[in-house]
Ligand binder design. Structure first.
Ligand code: IPE
Ligand code: IPE
Ligand code: MG
Length: 258
């Protein structure tokens, strides 16, 4: 399959073993393992990235159908510039092409797309496609779909610090005004709640500079499945695992108080 291949738009009902009231409001995903998926098939790494686009499209639809309000996907990290030039170039072109191709369906499906990361460093043609998609979908009321592109958690925190420091320097803000809420409003993710669940595919047990601030109390779900193979059944498993979690946020459960 390629990035052009069509994906069914028919909506899927929430599986009976999932509780609607306990669905995560915001799911974040580190889409990892595209290269290994391709390598196992004797294909070039870029074929894994192409297949990965289909996986993301299906996941977005599934999240929408099952009542997940926001999906954030890690598409390109600030460290991914260190990959071979042809792979980086392929990814930038792929992002651009997919955005151009998918905008119609995103409108039809009421998706609000936004991008988090240092977008100014992306190729101009991609920046234009991003601006267009964000502007076109900004009044949509459906799922909020954030794509982390040239995103780095440390870099995001630093740019927030610089912006806040400038306001203090100019006398618009006092150091004691800086609290968690103000800080969060200076992050790329200012308009979305912190993720309830982080999914990482391909078995790596690390954050890789993703949403360092926002993941403070997220549940983690790591699967060995490679991203191109992460289908609706796999997401169903992740949801089942999430619904069994006991989120204590540092407190003690009522039943354990004595
Ligand atoms: C994730 O898959 C996609 C991006 C980082 C763009 P990888 O390309 O990291 O695949 P592996 O980890 O090498 O298998
Ligand atoms: C994280 O995957 C970045 C994205 C999925 C975009 P990487 O493959 O870049 O992470 P590492 O190198 O395994 O930590
Ligand atoms: Mg990887």
């Amino acid at each position: 399959m390629t990035a052009n291949s069509s994906v069914s738009t028919a909506s899927t009902a929430l599986p009976q073993d999932l509780e609607q009231g306990r669905m995560p409001a915001h799911v974040a995903v580190i889409m990892d393992g595209n290269g290994r998926w391709a390598k196992r098939r004797g294909l070039p790494r870029i074929m894994g990235h192409r297949k990965g686009v289909d996986t993301l499209k299906k996941l977005l639809r599934c999240c929408r159908d099952w009542g997940v309000g926001a999906l954030t996907a890690y598409a390109f990290s600030t460290e991914n510039w260190g990959r071979p030039t042809h792979e980086v170039d392929f990814l930038m072109t792929l992002f651009e092409r997919v955005l151009r191709q998918e905008i119609k369906e995103m409108m039809a499906e009421d998706v609000r797309i936004q991008f988090v990361g240092n977008l100014a460093a992306l190729p101009d043609t991609l920046q234009r496609e991003i601006d267009r998609a964000v502007t076109m979908t900004q009044a949509n009321q459906g799922i909020r779909f954030s794509v982390a592109t040239n995103y780095g958690g440390r870099q995001e925190i630093l740019q927030a610090c610089r912006a806040i420091a400038t306001q203090v320097q100019q006398g618009h803000l006092q150091p004691e005004d800086i609290d968690e809420s103000l800080f969060s409003r200076h992050l790329y993710t200012a308009n979305i709640s912190d993720p309830d669940l982080l999914i990482r595919t391909s078995g790596e047990m690390r954050i890789s500079n993703f949403l360092l601030w926002q993941l403070a109390y997220s549940e983690f779900y790591i699967t060995d499945t490679l991203w191109p193979d992460f289908d609706t059944d796999e997401f169903h498993q992740a949801m089942k695992a999430f619904q069994k979690r006991d989120r204590r946020f540092g407190k003690v459960n009522d039943s354990e108080e004595t």
